[in-house]
Ligand binder design. Structure first.
Ligand SMILES: [Zn+2]
Length: 122
């Protein structure tokens, strides 16, 4: 997640300076045209490539979490039969989330949030 933000920031800086270089070509004179054109276009290209890489390779966090929950749940017991440890209210899949590898329950009825650590007794 932090890597993606850094990627976007670096890409934004590169694109910013690339555009700046291209804009400065008319004012800089003919002898500066080629070097500034090269620097500007390369900066823009690298910035665009970084954004493209971050967008395509960056994992979709929500989908990953759902997949991990599906894998960790015991096959014969459905998530729909989960019950809140505090109030006994029935919990749906939306109330279960994964935070740093731990299964977190947030109950919509009593508002309590707790973590299921080891050997969950559904
Ligand atoms: Zn509850």
């Amino acid at each position: 997640m932090v890597g993606r933000i850094i990627g976007y920031v670096v890409a934004a800086i590169l694109i910013f300076f690339g555009v700046l270089y291209l804009w400065s070509i008319p004012a800089a004179g003919p002898d500066q045209l080629v070097p500034r054109l090269i620097v500007g276009v390369i900066s823009l290209a690298i910035g665009v490539v970084i954004i493209w890489v971050v967008r395509t390779r960056g994992p979709a966090p929500v989908q990953q979490i759902t997949q991990q929950i599906d894998l960790e749940m015991p096959g014969e017991i459905s998530v729909d039969k989960l019950k809140c440890q505090s109030c006994g209210g029935e919990l749906s899949k939306d109330d279960v989330s994964l935070v740093q590898g731990a299964v977190m329950i947030s109950c919509p009825y009593c508002g309590s949030t707790y973590q299921i650590t080891e050997e969950p007794k559904w």
